[in-house]
Design a protein around this ligand. Structure first.
Ligand SMILES: Cc1cc2nc3c(=O)[nH]c(=O)nc-3n(C[C@H](O)[C@H](O)[C@H](O)COP(=O)(O)O)c2cc1C
Length: 123
């Protein structure tokens, strides 16, 4: 059978983004350690529950993400669910080149994955 090719969209990337932005979701920061033990984390709203038994969640990572190597080869990650007043933290963890963990208080979870403390003095 001949594969059906998707037609190019009749809308701009800007319009698509605006449409997706109308869907409210929770926002998380997914954290881990890279192979050298360095801190890794990014803002992600693709987090979702999948199953209670077995206990499964999912989230999606862009192929272009600088953290792809750490997440694809690492053993553990942590999902930090943000509160409404942590927007600045979400913005920082989505920004390339930012010192994401500066002044961020955390403890270590399984595999050393950072568990962000829920503190008001967070940015
Ligand atoms: C609200 C919000 C949600 C995001 N959700 C995702 C996501 O689910 N998956 C993803 O790969 N990137 C997502 N991003 C973009 C990443 O946070 C951003 O590209 C990433 O931090 C780039 O850094 P990295 O390349 O070091 O991972 C989101 C950004 C924002 C602001």
């Amino acid at each position: 059978m001949t594969p059906v090719k998707a037609r190019p969209p009749a809308f701009s990337q800007h319009e698509f983004r605006a449409a997706l932005g109308m869907f409210a979701t929770g926002v998380t920061i997914v954290t881990a350690r890279n192979a050298a033990g360095g801190l890794v984390g990014l803002t992600a709203n693709s987090f979702n529950s999948v199953s209670l038994a077995p206990p499964l969640v999912l989230w999606s990572l862009s192929r272009q993400a600088g953290s792809m190597a750490a997440f694809s080869t690492g053993s553990h990650y942590a999902i930090n669910i943000l509160a409404a007043d942590q927007k600045l933290l979400a913005d920082r963890f989505a920004l390339r080149g930012a010192d994401r963990f500066a002044d961020v208080v955390f403890t270590e979870g399984a595999g050393g994955a950072p568990l962000l403390a829920r503190r008001r003095r967070h940015v």
